[in-house]
Ligand binder design. Structure first.
Ligand SMILES: Cc1cc2nc3c(=O)[nH]c(=O)nc-3n(C[C@H](O)[C@H](O)[C@H](O)COP(=O)(O)OP(=O)(O)OC[C@H]3O[C@@H](n4cnc5c(N)ncnc54)[C@H](O)[C@@H]3O)c2cc1C
Ligand code: SF4
Length: 514
């Protein structure tokens, strides 16, 4: 097996490198492609801006882990500060810090993409084997009933009392999971069957070179046989760029998450009116409930039960409605969600073991954009009126569920704070404006920015995910999705990366003559 090479150790400009395929970003999209292409005998370099964190390096401490595992240290927001835009920045990407729920792309979404967005080449024959491989990589299986923690049981009991349909979710945690509850800042037990555990070791065993702490800053020669990726090495904490070298490759695959992918393509001179457009953030609304008895929601698997009764598909918009998932975070996350500051906020944190929490997942229209500000990518996103209306409905249903489960109060972390003491107060939810910066929203599932389409007047990449106007420069992450794919994105990205990698291999001799 080749070694991981940590570029932060460089003391001068490293020597330039050459390969068949240079993959930028080591998350679900990039790591999967690295493994498939390396196992097929291609000479692969997998480049990652973040560091490598496993075992006891995942210290379960909020501040240090956000600093090292999250893009922009977990502080990235939309321009108006309303939505936290969260993604991974570490070897293995978001799979290292995600909640491990496995939800594939729904067949209705594929049908919608074929009908509305012309993705006719994505037939069941293409999708089924790729999805099977993705689910095998994840060792996907249902969360066992005894692993559903009290926080999620409360949601389940409340939903069942009201007759709402729901399900215990599938996940990618293996037997090593001890329910420590810190999935969102990494699993020190290595229980997640994520790209860091599965695809990356397999890619390395097949000869792929994996470079850490290297930021791709530009791709040149986009339409030539050999492309040049300019890389800046980072220091050991990933704070500053240091030295420069180049990677020459026949094929370049960008899988740097929509924010990173759009930014890199823009800096590389890709000229397409759709670049950065059609961004979906799937903003999630947090809600808290307080109970008379301790809930200890931080104990056990954080996210295991989903109320699915209100998910909807329609021919005009695709995947919509809303879904309610029980979840709890570490103190750092929760502290940012208590609806009151100062003394009352401190008091509420002191009572946090009595709290249950959920996220309301609302698939959205692709109404955002990734812009460029002060040399960095910036998400611009305004909630639509339709989203706000659906959001208020979702809050009302979640509050009803918590009251049905015996909650003393339900809190919406709004400004000003909204604390509902009994079901007769539910009508106050109609007064929530969801105006910018009144309610902290969370985006964990960014999609769009390099939309897939039949021609460059409609999108940025073609049906093989090749960027229009380039020769063998591809996008293998969720930025090519024409609309929101599912309620979660890990399994969709693994699936589509498998399918695109298989296609690239099938067409390799024709395209590359090797
Ligand atoms: C907190 C959280 C919880 C989530 N929970 C779930 C869940 O339970 N289930 C689910 O299905 N999904 C979940 N997701 C979403 C899912 O984890 C992500 O959609 C998925 O991991 C994204 O994979 P990716 O390969 O597209 O990109 P990423 O995983 O974001 O990887 C991109 C990588 O590219 C690197 N990079 C960026 N720019 C450059 C550059 N210029 N040069 C070099 N490297 C670069 C980044 O450092 C990063 O590591 C969650 C996400 C978050 C943030
Ligand atoms: S709940 Fe399981 S997977 Fe999550 S951090 Fe704890 S041991 Fe790891």
């Amino acid at each position: 097996m080749t070694e991981l090479q940590d570029l932060s150790q460089a003391t001068a400009d490293p020597a330039d490198l050459g390969c068949d395929v240079c993959i930028i970003g080591s998350g679900c999209g990039g790591a999967t492609a690295a493994r498939v292409l390396a196992e097929a005998g291609k000479d692969v370099i997998l480049l990652e801006e973040g560091g490598d964190f496993t075992g006891s390096q995942l210290t379960q401490r909020d501040a240090a882990m956000y600093d090292q595992l999250y893009a922009e240290r977990g502080g990235r927001t939309t321009e108006d500060g309303t939505i936290s835009v969260l993604s991974g920045r570490v070897l293995g990407g978001g799979g290292v810090i995600n909640a491990s729920d496995v939800v594939p792309i729904h067949p209705e979404t594929w049908a919608f993409w074929r009908q509305k967005h012309g993705l006719t080449q994505w037939t069941d024959t293409v999708i089924a084997p790729a999805q099977a491989r993705a689910l095998a990589d994840l060792s996907a299986h249902p969360i066992a009933p005894q692993q559903v923690n009290r926080n999620n049981q409360i949601l389940q009991q409340g939903a069942q009392a009201l007759g709402f349909h729901g399900e215990v979710m599938q996940h990618n945690r293996g037997e090593a999971c001890q329910g420590l509850g810190t999935c969102l800042i990494g699993c020190p037990l290595g229980a997640k069957h994520n790209p860091r555990k599965i695809a990356i070791p397999k890619a390395m065993a097949a000869g792929a070179r994996v470079l850490l702490r290297g930021r791709a800053v530009r791709i040149d020669g986009l339409s030539e046989v050999r492309k040049t990726v300019t890389v800046r090495t980072m220091d050991s904490k990933g704070y500053r760029e240091q030295f420069t070298f180049r990677i020459r490759a026949r094929v370049v695959i960008v899988a740097a998450n929509p924010m990173g992918t759009v930014h890199l393509l823009r800096k590389s001179g890709v000229d397409n009116a759709h670049l950065g457009q059609h961004l979906s953030l799937q903003p999630q609304i947090p809600i808290l409930a307080e109970f008379a008895e301790p809930v200890n929601s931080f104990d056990g698997i954080p996210q295991s039960y989903a109320v699915t009764e209100f998910e909807r598909y329609d021919a005009a918009h695709g995947f919509g409605g809303f879904r309610i998932e029980g979840i709890f975070g570490t103190p750092g996350i929760l502290g940012s969600l208590v609806p009151v500051a100062g003394g009352p906020g401190k008091e509420m944190m002191a009572r946090i073991r009595f709290a249950a929490a959920a996220l309301l997942l609302l698939p959205d229209e692709s109404v955002g954009e990734i812009a460029l500000k002060h040399g960095r990518p910036l998400a611009r996103y305004t909630l639509t009126d339709e989203y706000r209306q659906r959001g208020r409905k979702a809050i009302e249903i979640a509050a009803k569920i918590y009251f049905a489960a015996g909650a003393k109060s339900v809190s919406v972390p709004n400004a000003p704070p909204m604390v509902l003491r009994n079901p007769s107060e539910l009508r106050r939810i109609d007064g929530l404006s969801l105006a910018p910066a009144t309610l902290p929203l969370i985006s964990a599932h960014q999609q769009g920015g390099t939309r897939m389409a039949a021609n460059p007047s409609q999108g940025v990449v073609d049906a093989t995910a090749q960027v229009f106007g380039t020769r063998d420069v591809y996008v293998f992450d969720s930025s090519w999705y024409p609309s929101t794919s599912s309620s979660h994105t890990m399994t969709p990205i693994l699936t589509t990366s498998h399918a695109l990698s298989a296609r690239l291999l099938a067409e390799w001799p024709k395209a590359n003559g090797t």
